[in-house]
Design a binder for this molecule. Sequence first.
Ligand code: NDP
Length: 281
Amino acid sequence: MAAILLNGNDLARRLKLKMKQEVDAMKANGILPGLAVVIVGNNPASRSYVTMKERDCGEVGIRSFEYALPEETAEVDLLGLIDQLNADPNVHGILIQLPVPAHISEARVLERINPDKDADAFHPQSAGRILIGNQTFLPCTPAGVMEMLKDAGIEVAGKDCVVVGRSNIVGKPMALLLLQANGTVTVCHSKTKNLKEVCARADILVAAIGRAKMIDASYVKEGAVVIDVGINRDENGKMVGDVDFDSVVGKASFLTPVPGGVGPMTRAMLLANTLKAAGLV
Ligand code: NDP
């Protein structure tokens, strides 16, 4: 039987409707939530992400402030802008679109953001809070995945969960959130031995690798829940995930499509973090 597809577009739409009501209530109380998005340089993918984020803000009534800085911007100037945004009462969330140019330290930039305005949850304080289970903000992609599991009624407690990928923005926080939900979690990476066998034990398999269609049916247990975080281009320039959809769809019980799966949920969670930040004021 074919897997049930987890429709991220539909869930994101439902969540945004709720958030719009929340924004209206905040406005009635004199708070207009605001998100500052800073982009440095001309990376076309980053540019289109920023445009989509601003459109999302508009849909729910969040005010967005865009700062587009030239590629050659000095680190000190970017840090100065972050200080200014940290102090601006109209700005509740701050997002620095990654990657920043190579001459700028990503770590120094992320650490400069006031942790109370950390809309992407990449500040070390946000990461540490997730580790101890006392989080304010959650990184958007793993948070979006948890929302999808919850919405589909998929129980995590007691399940064998395998996360392939250990980046700070996806793999590691994903593993921690599954652990918080009482999953039994294994984290895999490029040095993992017998990756296929480890993945094939998973009740819930999350692929956050960045390798087009790498996870085929031979990595998947019959009836597993398969979450595809990957965004890649195939040989024809088409957007594909880390999961070989055609191969896996007949074996998994639930599967996220690419596009239309995790991606829209990532964007919705940015809005949720911004509202949370506005609520801290
Ligand atoms: P990174 O490149 O930072 O991390 C990739 C991870 O995959 C690393 O931990 C790496 O291992 C591991 N890996 C790479 N190759 C293999 C392999 N052959 N076998 C096992 N593990 C491997 O990527 P990100 O975490 O930032 O992103 C992962 C994917 O998710 C990308 O396609 C990205 O575009 C997408 N993405 C999608 C989002 C969405 O909203 N849907 C949001 C963010 C990312 P090691 O640590 O050993 O190098």
